[in-house]
Ligand binder design. Structure first.
Ligand SMILES: O=C(CO)[C@H](O)[C@H](O)COP(=O)(O)O
Length: 223
């Protein structure tokens, strides 16, 4: 039997998939909630073209019969549906728990809309309980760890993870984050950092499953 959390992820995924229409080019996220969305897309027999954010998502989409395109072959992406590890009501996110943050961010920034689907455990007042994943070129991993330590954060290399681009993930604990965009900019300036999992000002909408109902952020007045 599905847990309440899985159920809520499914409800959020269904709400997001309801925004899709035939003919759209759709960014396909990575993780368990994005997987629920893929199944919902297949169940609706929608005629969309998917742009996957990971090998794992591409494989599942193909198995479900969802046609795919290379991101560099599509003129635009109408909408992307993805999960998140944390989000705030201002729609700042931490992503990358599944190690796909680089492709997820590239697909997200090419999209006209980034719709996030979560359960209620992901809503936080301030980002930072979830460690910030940082994608790093292997040759630079020690240097990057030293720089992150110099910023006052404990960090570890995620064991047994090599990203789709052949990089490593360093998970960094900055504590509660004062300014997500400032922290993101600082991380991005470290030589050897390819990308980080702070998505500040990119998401346009969040659907959050909450005990059998779906809440949306930003909240529509009266909801
Ligand atoms: O960022 C991600 C993968 O890199 C995922 O979207 C995030 O980890 C949430 O996963 P889930 O939907 O399984 O809770």
């Amino acid at each position: 039997m599905a847990s309440q959390q899985e159920n809520d992820k499914q409800l959020a995924a269904q709400a997001a998939v309801a925004l899709l229409a035939d003919g759209m080019t759709v960014g396909l996220g990575t993780g368990s909630t994005a997987t629920a969305a893929l199944h919902a897309i297949a169940a609706r027999k929608l005629s969309i073209t998917g742009v996957p954010t990971s090998r794992q998502t591409a494989e599942l989409a193909m198995a479900l019969g969802i046609p795919l395109a290379d991101i560099n072959e599509v003129p635009h992406i109408d909408i992307t549906l993805d999960g998140a590890d944390e989000f705030t009501v201002s729609l700042d996110l931490i992503k990358g728990g599944g190690g796909a943050l680089l492709h997820e961010k590239i697909v997200a920034v090419r999209s006209r809309q980034l719709v996030i689907m979560t359960d209620a455990s992901k809503l936080v007042e301030r980002l930072g309980k979830f460690r910030v994943p940082v994608e790093v070129i292997p040759f630079a991993v020690r240097y990057v760890q030293e720089q992150i330590a110099g910023m006052g954060a404990a960090c570890t290399v995620r064991p047994d993870v090599v990203t789709d681009e052949g990089n490593l993930i360093v998970d960094a604990d900055f504590g509660l984050v004062e300014s997500p965009s400032a922290l993101g900019a600082r991380l991005k300036s470290i030589t050897g950092v390819v990308e980080h999992g702070i998505f500040a000002g990119i998401a346009t909408l969040v659907f959050m499953g909450d005990n059998g109902t779906v809440r949306r952020f930003p909240q529509v007045s009266g909801s």
